[in-house]
Design a binder for this molecule. Structure first.
Ligand code: NAD
Length: 265
């Protein structure tokens, strides 16, 4: 049976991941939290609301029993440390952490250059389908259509725009065959002047307990196309991550995303 370690097991996603692993009948080999967390010593299953799994949450990844895959939805700095561990042990890794800076992402990929890794800003099947639809729409709806991405998340989210919103922006740029970094506009405040033709704008809402909502809008004189995805339950991401872990078991080293897992390239 496949054995999985969940780092950040006490977090919003961590608890859902523990539930998804148990729901698939897979084995939770270990569970960690950050040093100093008041969740250390608690049972990961009990914390996830599914009863004891006899897996106490610890703060030393090195102390976890041997496993096939490490699933990480934490923070960029923590994911870098976890990547060093996975590189040393040859463990496969599924990574959902968002908010990496470009240098962090570069380091992350070079640390894991010999490992098999699935990394995605969003593990839901619906979002990955949506990315394909946006790419296709942007091929047809050229720069005469203003592309804007609006995202909303709960107030505890620490990075903005969301990794999914950025992935949607990149999908627009790919569909139009333009450089995403040159077209992205992240802030508008004060006397901004008129909208630059071809730019890809981002708007961010942080409020309450919103799980994740994304709209990509293509607006021109006389019409508007909106492609929208709404996540209502984090289990959609957790189930996608566990699906990725199962898929990864049969892959050789390489950096993959959810499109590979879902065979949607
Ligand atoms: P959260 O703050 O609820 O959970 C993160 C957990 O990681 C916390 O419990 C924290 O204590 C723990 N942690 C931090 N450093 C650690 C360390 N060194 N070792 C072990 N545990 C550590 O956050 P969340 O809402 O669960 O989101 C986590 C990340 O996942 C964010 O980057 C978020 O954007 C991302 N996310 C991705 C997807 C996706 O589909 N890719 C979906 C939802 C969230």
């Amino acid at each position: 049976m496949m054995r999985i370690i969940v780092v950040g097991a006490g977090g919003r996603m961590g608890r859902n991941l523990v539930r998804a692993i148990a729901g698939e009948g897979l084995e939770l080999a270990g569970a960690t939290e950050r040093p100093g967390s008041d969740l250390l010593g608690r049972d990961a299953g009990e914390l996830a609301g599914i009863g004891s799994l006899d897996v106490p949450i610890i703060d030393e990844l090195q102390q976890c029993p041997q496993a096939d895959v490490l699933i990480d939805f934490t923070l960029p700095e923590s994911s870098l440390a976890h990547a060093r561990f996975a590189a040393g042990s040859g463990m496969r890794m599924v990574v959902g952490t968002t908010g990496f800076t470009a240098p962090q992402l570069h380091d992350f990929k070079s640390i894991l250059s010999e490992n098999a890794v699935v990394m995605a800003a969003n593990f839901s099947i619906g979002v990955n389908l949506t990315l394909g639809l946006i790419r296709r729409a942007a091929e047809v709806l050229d720069e005469s259509y203003d592309a804007e991405i609006i995202e909303a998340h709960h107030k505890a989210k620490v990075d903005a725009p969301s990794g999914t919103a950025l992935a949607m922006g990149r999908a627009v740029a790919e569909g139009r065959a333009v450089d995403f970094n040159e077209q992205a506009v992240y802030t508008r405040h004060g006397h901004t002047g008129q909208r630059e033709n071809g730019s890809i704008g981002f708007s961010v809402i942080r409020a309450g307990d919103i799980v994740g909502e994304h709209t990509t809008m293509f607006a021109a004189a006389g019409e508007r196309v909106e492609i929208r995805h709404v996540a209502t339950d984090r289990m959609t991401f957790a189930n996608g991550a566990v699906r990725a872990a199962k898929w990864l078991q049969h892959q050789s080293s390489g950096f993959y995303d959810m499109c590979h897992v879902l065979d949607m390239q």
